[in-house]
Design a protein around this ligand. Structure first.
Ligand SMILES: Cc1cc2nc3c(=O)[nH]c(=O)nc-3n(C[C@H](O)[C@H](O)[C@H](O)COP(=O)(O)O)c2cc1C
Length: 206
C-alpha cells in the first residue's frame, strides 16, 4: 500500500471479527515497531503480545469490572473480539542508563536533564508503526489507555517488571464495519492546517 494511503486510512477500529490474525503479521508489526526512532538508540521499549483467546480474556478480566464484563457496552463488546492485544511498554531506566554511557556522559542519571520523557515518546512512535502496519495489512487496530487503577493488576497478571511501564494498549484484528463507534472524530472535525501550522512563529494567526 502507498505510504500516503496508510496514513490516510489509519483510524482507530473498535469493532472486530473473531477471525484470528496470522502470527506473521503480528511479528511484522512488532518488527516494524522496533524500526522506530529512539533517543540515543536506547530502544527502551518492550511489547507484551497476547494472541491466544485465553490470554486476551485475561487482559479484559484484569482491566474491566466484572459487571461490565458480564454486560459489555458496544465499545467493550467490539474491542473484546479483537484476537490480539499488544501492550507497548517503555523503560525510563534504559534511557537513564544509556545516557550515562561514555558517548553521552550524563553519569548522574539526573532526570532533570531530560527535556521530555523520551522513553514514553519512543514507545509512542513505535506504537504508531504497529497501527500503520495494521493498515498496510488490511487490518484494524486501536490504541487506548489503561485505567490508572488497573496498572498494578496488569503488572501482576502479566509479570511486567518494575523497570517497564505500560504506555497504553493496542487491539489488533480484522475490522468489522462499525458506523456507531467511530469515536471522537464522529463528534469533532479535524483541525484545519492553518490552525496548527505556524510558519516562522506564532505571530498573527494565534
Ligand atoms: C494516547 C491515546 C489514547 C487514546 N485513548 C483511547 C481510549 O481510551 N478509548 C478509545 O476508544 N480511543 C482512544 N484513543 C483513540 C482516539 O480517540 C483517536 O485516535 C482519535 O479520536 C482520532 O481518531 P482516529 O485515530 O480514528 O483518527 C486514544 C488515542 C491515543 C493516541
Amino acid at each position: 500500500m502507498e505510504f500516503q494511503d496508510v496514513v490516510r486510512r489509519r483510524k482507530m477500529i473498535r469493532n472486530y471479527a473473531e477471525t484470528p490474525v496470522d502470527p506473521a503479521i503480528v511479528e511484522r508489526a512488532i518488527r516494524n515497531a522496533t524500526r522506530a526512532p529512539s533517543a540515543g538508540f536506547s530502544q527502551g521499549w518492550a511489547f507484551l503480545v497476547l494472541d491466544t483467546p485465553d490470554d486476551v480474556r485475561r487482559w479484559w478480566a484484569t482491566t474491566t469490572d466484572p459487571d461490565q464484563l458480564a454486560r459489555p457496552d458496544d465499545w467493550l463488546a467490539g474491542m473484546m473480539r479483537a484476537p490480539v492485544v499488544i501492550v507497548p511498554c517503555s523503560s525510563k531506566r534504559a534511557y537513564l542508563q544509556r545516557y550515562a554511557e561514555r558517548d553521552k556522559g550524563w553519569t548522574d542519571e539526573d532526570e532533570a536533564r531530560w527535556p521530555m520523557p523520551f522513553w514514553h515518546m519512543d514507545a509512542a512512535m513505535a506504537s504508531l508503526l504497529i497501527l500503520q502496519t495494521a493498515v498496510d495489512e488490511g487490518l484494524g487496530s486501536c490504541f487506548f489507555g489503561i485505567p490508572p487503577d488497573r496498572d498494578a493488576g496488569v503488572r501482576a497478571e502479566f509479570g511486567i517488571p518494575d523497570t517497564f511501564d505500560p504506555v497504553g494498549v493496542i487491539t489488533l484484528g480484522h475490522r468489522v464495519p462499525d458506523p456507531g463507534n467511530a469515536g471522537s472524530p464522529a463528534r469533532r472535525g479535524r483541525k484545519p492546517l492553518d490552525d496548527v501550522l505556524h510558519r516562522g512563529g506564532w505571530g498573527g494567526n494565534g
